[in-house]
Design a protein around this ligand. Structure first.
Ligand code: ATP
Ligand code: MG
Length: 373
C-alpha cells in the first residue's frame, strides 16, 4: 500500500497544497523549521488521528486558522484497492471528523489504521529513556492497530480503572470498590495477555535487529507485567493471578487511594549485553545504544504491520541519522533496504544526507511549508 495523493489545509506551517506522491517515496530536503517533521506528522495523523509528537489537536491548526484538514489517497496492490481517508479538526468546539471514502465511521476507532505507516524519529529515544508510560503507549498503538479486540479491551479497562480509583480516592466502602473488580480483571487480563503474546512473538526479532544495527552487542526485550504472572500460562490463569493480586493489595490501595496492581503498571524491560550480564538500557545504556534499541522497536512495529495487516508499511523517516555513528547508520541503511520495500518518505536537512535506496529516491525541497520538486 502507498500514499498516492495528499491534500493539506491549515496544518501547522504547511502551505495549503495538493501533492501527488511517487510509489517508491521521496526524500524531502529542507533546513530547520521549514516543516519537514510537520509534513510527516500530517501523514501519520491519517493512521491514528493523533500527532505522533504527542501534540494536542488544537496545536496542529495553523496559527490564525480555525481548522485543519488532511486527506490521503491510498492505493493497494491493485488500484481497485484504493481508499481515501480524511481527517479534519475544528478548533472551535474541538470537533474531529474522520471520513473513509467519504463516509464517517460510527466510531473514530473504526477508521484507525487504514493508512499503515511507521515513523522513525530522533525523538524515539524517549521510548527507551522515558518512564514506563512511554513504552505502554507504544504497545497500545502497535496492538490497537494489529490485534482485533485489543483497543476495545483497553478502553474498557481504562474506564473501569478510573471509576475504581475514584471510589478508592473518595474512601468508598470496600463493596463499592469491589463492584468494579470483575470488569477490571477481565479487561485487564486481556490487555496483559495480548501484550505478553506480542513480546513473546517478537523477542527474537528485536534482538536480531538490535545486533544488526549495533554490529556487535545484542539487546533483549522482556514483558514486565504490573501483576505477578509467573506460571500463569493462559487467560484463565492471568485472571486468577490478577484477582489474587488485587486481594493482596487491598490495604495498600485503600491507604494510597489508588489501584496499585494491573496493566497500568506494565513496562517493557530492555537490556543490553555486557560481558556475561545484561544491564538495564534505561539506567546504563549510552545514547547510541538507546537509539539503537528504539530503532529496533520501530523495526518490530513495521514487522508487526507486515504480518498482521499483510501489507508493507509506509516508512516515515524524520532525519534519523542525525545522531548515530557512521557504522550504525550504514548498517541501518542496508537493513532498511532489505526489509522495507514499501514507500519511503524521508526528511533530511542536507542533500548529502540522503543515502537510502542508493540515492534513487526523487528529491523534493521544503521551504517555509511549501513543497517543491
Ligand atoms: P528541524 O530540521 O529543526 O527538525 P523541521 O523542518 O522538521 O525542522 P517542523 O518541526 O516541521 O520543522 O516545523 C517547525 C515550524 O512549524 C516552526 O517554525 C513552528 O513555528 C511552525 N509551527 C508549529 N506549529 C504551528 C502551527 N500550529 N501553525 C503554524 N506554524 C506552526
Ligand atoms: Mg524536524
Amino acid at each position: 500500500m502507498h500514499l498516492s495523493g495528499l491534500q493539506i489545509r491549515h496544518f501547522r506551517n504547511l502551505a495549503d497544497q495538493q501533492l501527488d506522491l511517487p510509489a517508491e517515496g521521496v526524500a524531502i530536503i529542507g533546513e530547520n523549521a521549514q516543516g519537514k517533521t510537520n509534513f510527516l506528522e500530517a501523514i501519520y495523523y491519517l493512521e491514528t488521528f493523533r500527532s505522533f509528537r504527542g501534540s494536542r489537536d488544537d496545536k496542529l491548526v495553523a496559527f490564525g486558522a480555525e481548522f485543519f484538514r488532511v486527506a490521503g489517497a491510498l492505493v493497494g496492490e491493485s488500484p481497485r484497492d484504493g481508499v481515501e481517508v480524511a481527517a479534519a479538526f475544528q478548533a472551535k468546539g474541538k470537533k474531529k471528523k474522520i471520513t473513509v471514502d467519504g463516509d464517517e465511521p460510527e466510531r473514530l476507532s473504526d477508521g484507525l489504521g487504514q493508512l499503515a505507516a511507521v515513523v522513525f524519529s530522533p525523538m524515539d529515544v524517549a521510548l527507551v529513556s522515558d518512564g514506563p508510560g512511554a513504552r505502554r503507549r507504544f504497545l497500545d498503538i502497535v496492538l490497537s492497530l494489529s490485534v482485533p479486540g485489543y483497543l476495545v479491551a483497553l478502553q474498557r479497562f481504562r474506564q473501569i480503572l478510573s471509576q475504581r480509583n475514584a471510589a478508592l480516592r473518595d474512601g468508598r466502602m470496600q463493596s463499592t470498590v469491589e463492584s468494579w473488580d470483575e470488569g477490571l480483571i477481565e479487561s485487564g487480563a486481556q490487555v496483559m495477555e495480548d501484550r505478553r503474546q506480542w513480546v513473546e512473538r517478537w523477542r527474537k526479532e528485536f534482538s536480531v535487529y538490535y545486533r544488526r544495527v549495533s554490529g556487535t552487542l545484542t539487546s533483549r526485550i522482556q514483558y514486565q507485567p504490573g501483576v505477578k504472572l509467573e506460571g500463569a500460562e493462559d487467560r484463565g490463569m492471568i485472571v486468577d493471578a490478577f484477582r489474587a493480586a488485587l486481594f493482596e493489595s487491598r490495604e495498600r490501595e485503600a491507604r494510597l487511594g489508588n489501584t496499585v496492581v494491573g496493566p497500568q503498571r506494565d513496562d517493557l524491560f530492555l537490556t543490553v549485553e555486557e560481558g556475561d550480564a545484561h544491564r538495564d538500557l534505561r539506567e546504563f545504556g549510552s545514547g547510541g545504544q538507546r537509539r539503537t534499541a528504539a530503532l529496533a522497536l520501530r523495526l518490530v512495529e513495521a514487522a508487526t504491520i507486515r504480518e498482521a495487516r499483510g501489507q508493507e508499511p509506509i516508512i516515515l523517516m524524520d532525519d534519523v541519522f542525525a545522531e548515530l555513528d557512521p557504522g550504525r547508520s550504514e548498517r541501518i541503511l542496508s537493513l532498511m533496504e532489505e526489509e522495507e520495500t514499501g514507500q519511503v518518505l524521508l526528511t533530511v536537512p542536507k542533500e548529502s544526507d540522503i543515502r537510502l535506496r542508493r540515492d534513487s529516491l526523487p528529491r523534493w525541497r521544503i521551504n517555509n511549508g511549501v513543497l517543491e520538486w
